[in-house]
Design a protein. Structure first.
Length: 367
């Protein structure tokens, strides 16, 4: 009996040492975090694991960055809805980040088993017990690691909780390592754009935090008519449409195009979404490059005078503004959230009122 216990203890220590080695190897880039998760679930009956990000203010932006044991439909369903009703994540966000907690410690068993997350997602995916650990937090964002099993067994709960607690100092060190890292690396697209003398460049992270910007962007933000401004290292929008577009593209739940062009008086904005995966998504989130292009033609374009002269409707004014900003009909329709056919009809109406036959004619009339 003692010999068997000694053998099990030795195996546990060896597994723990291997897991710790994998954490530091992943931090150094010698291994990936998937190897760590795959090893972490070994010995857990039908084990599963997930590294998650949970937003306490906007749960619909929450999701899983990296996982082991789940299929794609399960992850899609979680990201689409079940992340918003996860009582375990809501409770874990309030805990200390140095301990593992069993599900029964986070949510009373009766309450959990009566919940939507348990009956419609956990149980259908073969999960009867779990344990989680909080890895860190940034504002409303909380980062965690959860271990799960098909067995409703307190021994399994204790084992999962022990594994996470034993790994806590190393996982916490890894979280700090990634959070200290600059989101803009020297060889990245955003770093290459920073040197542009023609474009203002702002790189945004979670919650519109300004990660970096170039000199031209700083000058643009000082202008009183700029559609946004910098406040406490965050980009604050004066234009509701721009705010909606930027915040939507920064959300992990966004499913639209990765590049969007917005035409505003005197400026054209191009928003480029940079999608991250795995551990980078967990701790750094989505980044958005905002390219600011001041257009001489729009600076000379007095929209009010032009609209009064030709008695343009708001739709025709929007079409004219887009043409002057150099947008295609497809880009105007994307910004207006209208069909291309509708925008083409509005452009034809604009041509009819102004006597123009082409976009070049519109440009000549506005100068």
């Amino acid at each position: 009996m003692n010999r068997a216990r000694f053998s099990n203890d030795r195996q546990d220590r060896e597994r723990q040492a291997e897991l710790i080695d994998l954490i530091y190897a992943a931090m150094l880039g010698e291994q990936d975090w998937q190897c760590f998760l795959d090893e972490l679930i070994c010995g857990i009956p039908s084990g599963k694991a997930a590294m998650q990000m949970f937003n306490t203010q906007r749960p619909d932006e929450s999701g899983v960055a990296l996982q082991a044991g789940f299929d794609i439909p399960a992850m899609d369903a979680y990201g689409a809805h079940f992340c918003t009703v996860n009582l375990l994540q809501q409770s874990l966000a309030l805990r200390k980040d140095s301990l593992g907690y069993a599900d029964a410690e986070l949510v009373p068993t009766d309450q959990l088993r009566a919940s939507e997350i348990f009956n419609d997602w956990l149980r259908p995916n073969g999960i009867q017990s779990s344990a989680g650990i909080k890895l860190g937090a940034e504002g409303a964002w909380n980062f965690s690691l959860t271990l799960m099993s098909e067995r409703n067994d307190d021994l399994i709960r204790r084992e999962m909780t022990r594994r996470l607690t034993d790994l806590a100092p190393h996982l916490h060190r890894a979280a700090q390592f990634y959070q200290r890292q600059g989101a803009v690396t020297p060889d990245s697209l955003e770093a290459r754009l920073m040197g542009s003398s023609a474009l203002g460049v702002i790189v945004l992270g979670r919650d519109c935090a300004i990660q970096t910007m170039n000199v031209r962007a700083e000058a643009f933000l000082r202008q009183q008519q700029a559609p946004f401004r910098a406040q406490r290292q965050r980009l604050v929008m004066r234009d509701g449409g721009v705010e909606t577009g930027i915040k939507a593209m920064l959300s992990p739940a966004y499913r639209g195009p990765d590049m969007v062009t917005l035409a505003l008086p005197g400026v054209r904005l191009t928003l480029v979404r940079l999608t991250r995966e795995g551990i980078s998504l967990l701790f750094q989130g989505i980044s958005l490059i905002v390219l600011i292009d001041s257009l001489d033609t729009t600076e000379l374009f007095d929209e009010e005078v032009f609209a009064l002269e030709y008695r343009l409707t708001p739709a025709e004014r929007r079409a004219a503004r887009g043409i002057v900003a150099g947008l295609t009909p497809a880009e105007i329709s994307q910004q207006a959230e209208l069909s291309r056919e509708t925008i083409r009809a509005q452009i034809r109406s604009l041509y009819q009122k102004t006597g123009a036959r082409s976009q070049a004619d519109i440009l000549r009339l506005t100068r």
